[in-house]
Design a protein around this ligand. Structure first.
Ligand code: SAM
Length: 232
């Protein structure tokens, strides 16, 4: 273990700071220090992240960085790093770059010869997988499936040949539809729905797709979900 008294932030570094996925107690001490000490925070949604910073009494200039301005924003981030600045990138929840903005910025930063440093912490896929009861030694993270039916079906069929536990993100509006699709492609596999992780109503629903469809009939599936599929 490293000693807790760490040196101050390194100039010309982009810090990828993980933030809570629901429970504010999950922010790490290091994340708070980096957010306090950096020159600027780049956030997916400045209003959302402004509330997080306000909760922890951190006042910092905020720049937005989302899917459609990530390339342009990368240029401004490089400008800051060239001046010897330190930049923290955060998203609405969890780890930057995981089904969230980050990847492009990191590539631009590395290509320009600067440093990218992770400040690890919450990540929905890891939280879900560790408590799912499914194999953790080999897993395949899919992120979000495409929206169009044909493409979803094709992707699920491709995934049926992929070894290890499959981990998907899904919007609450499409979870019921996804269960129907899983019943077609993976009728006999165990599926885990990890719902509202780290929040008050966190729960894990387990069963075959057919069994979960029955459970879903008795209640509405609300909140945020990670969907895990046992290996074949
Ligand atoms: N970067 C984030 C991470 O590290 O997990 C993921 C961002 S992605 C845009 C949002 C998706 O992550 C949600 O649609 C859901 O599938 C999953 N997710 C995020 N928070 C969650 C939570 N508290 N419980 C269950 N799933 C969650």
């Amino acid at each position: 273990m490293e000693p807790t008294a760490l040196p101050s932030l390194r100039p010309g570094t982009l810090y990828l700071v993980a933030t809570p996925i629901g429970n504010l107690e999950d922010i790490t001490c290091r994340a708070l220090r980096v957010l306090r000490e950096c020159d600027v925070v780049v956030a997916e949604d400045t209003r959302h992240s402004g509330q997080l910073l306000h909760h922890f009494q951190i006042r910092k200039p905020l720049l937005s960085c989302f899917q459609f301005n990530e390339a342009r924003r990368s240029g401004q981030i490089l400008g800051r790093l060239r001046e010897g600045g330190t930049v923290a990138l955060i998203t609405d929840a969890g780890s930057p770059g995981i089904s969230d903005p980050g990847e492009r910025v990191v590539r631009a930063v590395l290509d320009a010869g600067f440093r990218a440093e992770p400040v690890p912490g919450p990540c929905a896929l890891v939280a879900a997988l560790t408590a799912s009861g499914l194999p953790t030694d080999e897993f395949h993270f899919v992120g979000f499936l495409p929206h169009k039916s044909g493409q979803r079906r094709k992707e699920l069929e491709r995934l049926s040949g992929v070894p290890g536990t499959l981990v998907l993100y899904e919007s609450p509006y499409r979870v019921a539809r996804l269960l129907g699709e899983l019943a077609q492609v993976f009728p006999a596999r165990q599926v885990v729905l990890a719902r509202e992780l780290t929040k008050k109503f966190e729960e894990f629903l387990r069963g075959t797709p057919g069994e979960l469809i029955e459970q879903a009939k008795a209640r509405s599936l609300r909140g945020e979900f990670v969907v895990l599929i046992a290996p074949g």
